[in-house]
Every structure is written in C-alpha cells, then in structure tokens.
Design a protein around this ligand. Structure first.
Ligand code: PHE
Length: 355
C-alpha cells in the first residue's frame, strides 16, 4: 500500500510541475487532494493494516498530504504572481509621455467685448435685462415714437414676417428687431407692473442680437449685437447721462480718455447725442482708423422721450430718464484694428484664435 501511495505522491509532484494556469491547478487539487484522491482514501484503509504498522504509515501519509498541500499553495501563489506580472507588462501605460492636448474653445471677440461693457455697468449698479429678438412692429417702432411712415424707418429696414391672413400692402406686425431699444419698453412695463401706482427707478443694460436688411459690406452686416442702456427715475438729468457714459468710457478705454458729445436725432430720445471717444489708437493725433479726425464715434444716446416714458407706464411729469445704445462689433473692430465686420460671422479660426 505504501508503495502505491509513494508512486501516486511522486506522480502528483511531477504533474504539479506541469500545471500552468488556475484551471489546471484546480483540476490537480481535485485529483490529488480531493476526497477521492488515492492519498485521501488511504486514511480509510489504515484500519486494514496490522495495528503496529498503523502509526508509522499514518505519519507518512500525513507528511505526504502536508507536503502536497504546501506545494499546491506555493504553486497557486506563483501563478497569481505570474498573472499579475503579465498584466502589468501588457497593460502598461507610460505616465511620462506628454498628454494629447485638447483644443480649448474661447469666447468670440464680440462676446468678450459685450461682457466687458456689461461688467462696467454692473459695477455701477446696472442690472442685465434680456429682451426678445423677434418683435412686433409696435414695440420695435411705434412705441418708440416711430409711426408707420416715419422716415427714421428707412435707416432701420428689417426682416418682416408676413403673418397668415395679412392683407397685401399691410405692414406685417412681426419683425426681427432692428435695435435693442424695444427692450426699453419691455423693461419699463415690467418694472412699472411691480408697482403701477409708484413705479420703481430703473437701471438696466440690455445686450443682444439685432437685425437689419442691409447690403453686406466690410462695414455693415445683416446681423450684429448692441448693448442698450436705460435709466429712469426722478430728477434724472442730462448731467447723469454724461457722467455715467464718461465714467464708462474711462473704464472701457482708459482713465485719461477724452470724450465729446455731438447733438443728434433719434425719435425716442430728446435731446439726443452721439458720444465720441478720443481715438485710442493715435491718441487723438489723427490716423486712418479715426479718419484723421482724432475721434471715434461709439454710441447714440439721449433723454428718454416723454412719449416713450408714457408708453412704458412711467408718468413723464414725474419721471425722466436717459438711454443709450452701442455696437460691440464696432468697438471690437476699433480696438483690434479689424478691418472687415464680415470676419465676425465667417467662423474662420484664424481670426478667432487671435483673441
Ligand atoms: N437704437 C439706436 C440705434 O440703433 C441707438 C440708441 C439707443 C440711441 C438708445 C439713443 C438711445 O441706432
């Protein structure tokens, strides 16, 4: 019996040498250490031996079993180590390689200018009021004191949307806004609705897209942005208009920049003025950008017309206000010497990458 077991034992050790993976190891364990393994069965056959031989044979069987068990565990450990080493080798990543750069987008130059403008007014206590891009003729023109056949409409032709059932020759009531000024009416009506008996004062800026039916050239586009401003309150004067816009110009273009106001005309402001800033490219000496005048026109402004105040729900006997409107594309072109407004819409990354 012991001879058979010795053979089985040597055989098991030899087989274990050949084992190369976890599955084979498990099969080996069942074969040589499982309940039906020759060695394990031998325990049951001990009682067939003469009593004086039993202890010695039993000790030998125990020794063989312990040895196989240890060899099994050593093999299992070795296999795990080998598997780990292999996976480290195969799935190795070189963390010292430089990463692949992700192209990071940036804000459009117009957006940057809008944010710059708006931030300055926010610092002065203005809130941002957003207003719709698709307007009615009433808001875009009539409530701003521009009646249907007013000549000021010629300068702001736009895209009319013919509504179903409209009569031939009738002015269609829906338009893409030609300026951000209709937002003045929306803002006044909103604030007035908060307390119609005693409407609160207003200090808002209204940035957004506007549209005009234009020949597209280096200087004019059919779509561009504006930033509108509106202040309404008691005793708001032209001095407030000048003080606010001068301060804005200093923060926008530099502490020492000079400004000037020129009388102008808008149907919705009275009196009206355009503001020029000293050419920040030549310092006022004269250059191609300022067409050798030393001045750059940056915005239109004026005291809110009494009719417009009334249309907004503010009593012109009690309230006054000022408004202004500027074009971020134009300001961006002046600041960066961009010669053609069409660049803003061509999506050419060679322009966009420069900002
Ligand atoms: N809405 C005018 C324009 O587009 C600008 C403006 C706004 C002028 C507010 C005066 C007051 O030309």
């Amino acid at each position: 019996m012991l001879e058979d077991l010795e053979r089985a034992y040597q055989n098991a050790l030899a087989e274990l040498d050949e084992v190369a993976d976890q599955d084979a190891l498990e099969a080996w364990r069942v074969r040589h250490l499982g309940r039906k393994a020759p060695l394990m069965r031998a325990y049951g056959r001990l009682r067939d031996l003469p009593p004086e031989e039993r202890p010695q044979v039993g000790r030998r069987i125990n020794a063989m079993r312990d040895h196989l068990q240890n060899a099994y565990e050593a093999k299992a450990h070795a296999l795990r180590e080998a598997a780990l080493r292999r996976s480290l080798e195969e799935e190795r990543i070189d963390v010292t390689l430089p990463g692949r750069p992700k192209p990071i987008g940036r804000l459009h130059p117009t957006t940057r200018t809008i944010r710059h403008i708006v931030r300055i007014f926010q610092d002065m206590g203005f809130q941002v009021f957003r207003s719709r891009e698709v307007e009615t003729d009433e808001y875009n023109f009539q409530l701003l004191n521009i009646p249907p056949h007013h000549p000021a409409r010629d300068m702001q032709d736009t895209f009319y949307v013919r509504t179903p059932g409209a009569q031939e020759g009738e002015t269609p009531p829906v338009v893409l806004r030609t300026h951000t000024s209709p937002g003045q009416i929306h803002a006044m009506r909103f604030y007035a609705s908060l307390n119609p008996e005693n409407p609160p004062p207003i200090r808002v800026v209204l940035p957004g897209m506007v549209f005009r039916y234009e020949q597209i050239t280096a200087r004019s586009e059919i779509q561009f942005t504006q930033v509108e401003g509106l202040v309404v309150g008691r005793n708001i004067s032209f001095a407030d208009l000048k003080g606010t816009l001068n301060e804005w110009a200093r923060r926008m273009f530099g502490q020492h920049v000079r400004t000037r106001f020129r009388a102008s005309y808008f149907p919705f402001t009275e009196p009206s003025a355009e503001m020029d800033v000293e050419c920040f490219l030549c310092g006022g000496k004269g250059c191609p950008v300022c067409k050798y005048t030393g001045w750059l026109e940056v915005l239109g402004s004026g005291m809110v017309h009494p009719v417009v105040l009334k249309n907004g729900g503010y009593d012109p006997e009690k309230f006054t206000g000022f408004a202004f409107g500027m074009g971020p594309e134009r300001i961006t072109m002046l600041r960066h010497g961009i010669k053609d407004i069409r660049f803003f819409w061509s999506n050419d990354v060679r322009l966009l990458e420069q900002f």
